[in-house]
Design a protein around this ligand. Structure first.
Ligand SMILES: *[C@@H]1O[C@H](CO)[C@@H](O)[C@H](O)[C@H]1NC(C)=O
Ligand SMILES: *[C@@H]1O[C@H](CO)[C@@H](O)[C@H](O)[C@H]1NC(C)=O
Ligand SMILES: *[C@@H]1O[C@H](CO)[C@@H](O)[C@H](O)[C@H]1NC(C)=O
Ligand SMILES: *[C@@H]1O[C@H](CO)[C@@H](O)[C@H](O)[C@H]1NC(C)=O
Ligand SMILES: *[C@@H]1O[C@H](CO)[C@@H](O)[C@H](O)[C@H]1NC(C)=O
Ligand SMILES: *[C@@H]1O[C@H](CO)[C@@H](O)[C@H](O)[C@H]1NC(C)=O
Ligand SMILES: *[C@@H]1O[C@H](CO)[C@@H](O)[C@H](O)[C@H]1NC(C)=O
Ligand SMILES: *[C@@H]1O[C@H](CO)[C@@H](O)[C@H](O)[C@H]1NC(C)=O
Ligand SMILES: *[C@@H]1O[C@H](CO)[C@@H](O)[C@H](O)[C@H]1NC(C)=O
Ligand SMILES: CC(=O)N[C@H]1CO[C@H](CO)[C@@H](O)[C@@H]1O
Length: 617
């Protein structure tokens, strides 16, 4: 009985002498809502059987069932060998479950914007309830990593505001040095109320705020030149638009008043704060502000950092593209012990280079990083879109602990957005069509491939073999192997190589077990693989494991229930190649891990060295 387990542990120890420390998310807050926590894979809802879920990259006509959208496919099949006969393409995938533990995960999600709040509030109450279940319920997308705009953004309407305009508009106010005119205002209040409501549907969301601008009077706007117009024919009184560093105490007061007001008046805990969305983007047409990296550090050093630590709020640096990584270095070096987190956006062309995430880890081993903004821009029916999977998988492969797409919801015209330059093609997961109708768009299902199955506190593992390509290559086969708190695995594949891939997946810590299944061309597939403990309880091909009782104890709760999309569940089965599944397990395959590459241990967080695997017949 115990021999299999001992063998497994021995093999791991022999293969890798050096443990790689995982990045811990311990101590990071939750939004404090009353709603249920966790979901499939959390321990109270362990994965009982192998399952697979698929969303095609092809964007269908909304509400049609012509493609698979979170459709359940044939379960991956457990075998004892890699052999797959008569398959044109086979891809060997190896997950380093012995020593490949990397960062802990907070989750995946979206951004709350004023457009999202106002369209949601236009829905009839029972329709909104249903929508919130579909977004945050355990039978829905169960999103756990949510951003929200603090004051107006480009996805607000024409009326722009901050929480202390002290004048007719956010750029036209008088200085309010003691912030006696601080107020969330109607839109800011509606946002806080909606976030409180979110907590009723999911109680363990990591929620973080980001301002698009501080109040206008906190900026250097005195370079106004009358008569200069922006591209939209509007006067552009913001030729400098940078933070006035003489007002650091007021800015600190402003951030803390926002956090404290959310908690005291609405019961909403803010868990993270990005001091400025896109601090190097100070264009006009919608609220923006230029903020130097050194000044983010100054804000932290002059009181904000300690105040955030006291409140359990994670300070997040930068919140912008990967092309200026020197910025977050300045913040992290400039305010040591006060900040450990960096947020990245995806918009660098021709493709974001997420190796910056590993570079930060080398210099700051405790860093927790995220991909906090990317959008599907004008997605077109009957074309393939991998936007969500590319934006989520690459950063996590490189060490990010969570990722969020941009706008959660708009009306059918990508609004309300700023008429002077707000995004006129940013599409979210949800389009609100009328007071009684909303439409789940392609991104809803794509986000769900991640957020439904990856729990807060799960751990991302290194994939040693099977990944192909990156943001700069045309062929891309991405893999995330994430172990949930119940010790089951959520393995997510993105197939953008142009052909079906027959996958044979093994874990270094589980010699003699190989999972087989097809990842269809142009799709994203999530496999749920039960823990060794659960596998040992079945009468399958594996000997009963000698692991101690599962810490959460309760394995009687049924597996995930809920709706799994509208796709044609019977379309193109995820066929499994002719696999011979022996009925007995050989326990003599102890040498199989010795051939694995030894990781680079010169850094406490080694760079991921993905093997670009061409298909092996
Ligand atoms: C399958 O192939 C991988 C990669 O070569 C290897 O690590 C693993 O041990 C093989 N599994 C079996 C059961 O042979
Ligand atoms: C904006 O103005 C401030 C104060 O005059 C100056 O220090 C800063 O360099 C300017 N920033 C930009 C981006 O022009
Ligand atoms: C990505 O950035 C790394 C440094 O982090 C650099 O070595 C590499 O060449 C870059 N890759 C591309 C394709 O630009
Ligand atoms: C809602 O609006 C979107 C975008 O225009 C459209 O694709 C969808 O079909 C609409 N849904 C309904 C039910 O009208
Ligand atoms: C496993 O057990 C179930 C229920 O007892 C039984 O129906 C099934 O035939 C068994 N399968 C195997 C492979 O023994
Ligand atoms: C296990 O889960 C079941 C179903 O939800 C519940 O009825 C039972 O009380 C739970 N047992 C424990 C010990 O938590
Ligand atoms: C697909 O949609 C058609 C037309 O709306 C409907 O008749 C059919 O039952 C649907 N099929 C499935 C499998 O949902
Ligand atoms: C579902 O897909 C199967 C296989 O592609 C096809 O035969 C069937 O007609 C589809 N059903 C519907 C309702 O679209
Ligand atoms: C499995 O093997 C049989 C016999 O060789 C063959 O007819 C069938 O097409 C194979 N199936 C697949 C999915 O390759
Ligand atoms: C293992 C297996 O089924 N192999 C078959 C693969 O296909 C060839 C040609 O059809 C057969 O000859 C093999 O038996």
């Amino acid at each position: 009985m115990a021999s299999t387990q001992n063998l497994r542990l021995a093999a791991c120890t022999l293969a890798f002498a050096t443990e790689i420390a995982a990045q811990s998310i311990n101590g990071l807050g939750v939004s404090g809502g009353d709603g249920p926590r966790g979901g499939i894979g959390d321990g109270a809802h362990p994965v009982q059987t192998a399952q697979s879920f698929i969303t095609d990259a092809l964007i269908p006509v909304p509400n049609s069932n012509t493609t698979r959208q979170l459709a359940q496919g044939p379960a991956p099949v457990l075998s004892t060998s890699n052999a797959t006969a008569n398959c044109s393409e086979q891809r060997i995938v190896v997950v380093d479950s012995c020593s490949g533990a990397r960062q802990q995960m907070l989750g995946f999600g979206h951004s709350w914007t004023d457009s999202t709040v106002s369209t949601f509030n236009s829905l009839e109450p029972d329709i909104l309830d249903q929508l919130m279940q579909e977004l945050f319920g355990q039978g829905g997308n169960n999103m756990g990593f949510m951003r929200h705009t603090m004051g107006s953004s480009d996805l607000s309407g024409a009326q722009q505001y901050s929480f202390d305009d002290n004048g007719p508009a956010y750029n036209d106010g008088e200085p309010d040095l003691d912030l006696s005119h601080f107020t969330l205002g109607p839109d800011g209040t509606a946002m806080a109320q909606m976030l409180a409501r979110m907590g009723q549907y999911k109680g363990d969301v990591f929620l973080y705020g980001a301002p698009w601008s501080l109040p206008g009077w906190m900026k250097n706007n005195d370079l106004f030149i009358a008569g200069i117009e922006n591209n939209y024919g509007q006067q552009y009184p913001l030729l400098n638009n940078s933070f006035n560093i003489n007002l650091i105490p007021q800015a600190i007061d402003y951030y803390l008043k926002y956090i404290d007001t959310y908690l005291s008046e609405f019961g909403v805990s803010i868990n993270g704060l990005s001091m400025q969305n896109e601090p190097l983007n100070y264009q006009g047409g919608y609220p923006t502000m230029y903020l130097e990296g050194a000044d983010e550090a100054a804000l932290l050093n002059q009181g904000l950092g300690q105040a955030l630590l006291d409140r359990g709020v994670l300070a997040m640096a930068y919140d912008h593209n990967t092309d200026q990584p020197v910025y977050p270095y300045r913040v992290l070096q400039g305010a040591p012990d006060l900040i450990r987190s960096v947020a990245w956006h995806c918009y660098q062309g021709p493709a974001p280079n997420y190796t910056v995430i590993e570079d930060i880890y080398r210099a700051f081993p405790n860093a927790i990083q995220f991909m906090t903004e990317c959008t599907s821009y004008l997605p077109t029916v009957n074309t393939d879109s991998f936007q969500v999977a590319q934006s989520f998988m690459l950063p996590v492969q490189h060490g990010a602990s969570g990722a969020s797409m941009w706008v959660l919801a708009t009306d059918p015209d990508f609004g309300p957005h700023s008429p002077y330059g707000g995004c006129n093609g940013c599409q979210g997961s949800i389009i609100v069509n009328s007071s009684s109708t909303y439409t789940k768009m392609h991104d809803y299902y794509m986000v769900g491939q991640f957020s439904r199955f990856v729990r807060r506190g799960s751990v991302n593992y290194r994939v040693l073999q099977g990944i192909e390509g990156n943001g700069f290559t045309s062929d891309q086969f991405y893999i995330l192997a994430i172990q949930n708190p119940d010790k089951s695995w959520a393995v997510i594949f993105m197939n953008n190589v142009g052909s079906d891939q027959e996958v044979a997946l093994s874990f270094t810590g589980q010699s003699g077990q190989v999972w087989h299944g097809t990842i269809p061309s142009a799709s994203v597939v999530t496999w749920l693989l039960p823990s060794q403990q659960i596998l040992g309880q079945t009468n399958g091909t594996h000997p009963k494991s000698s692991l101690p009782p599962y810490p959460y104890g309760n394995t009687t709760v049924p597996a995930l229930t809920g709706t799994f999309g509208t796709g044609n569940m019977t379309a193109t089965p995820l066929g499994v190649c002719n696999i011979t599944v022996p009925t007995t397990t050989s326990s003599s395959s102890s040498t199989s891990v010795t051939a694995l590459p030894v990781p680079d241990t010169t850094h406490s967080f080694p760079s991921i060295s993905v093997t670009e695997t061409a298909s092996t017949a």
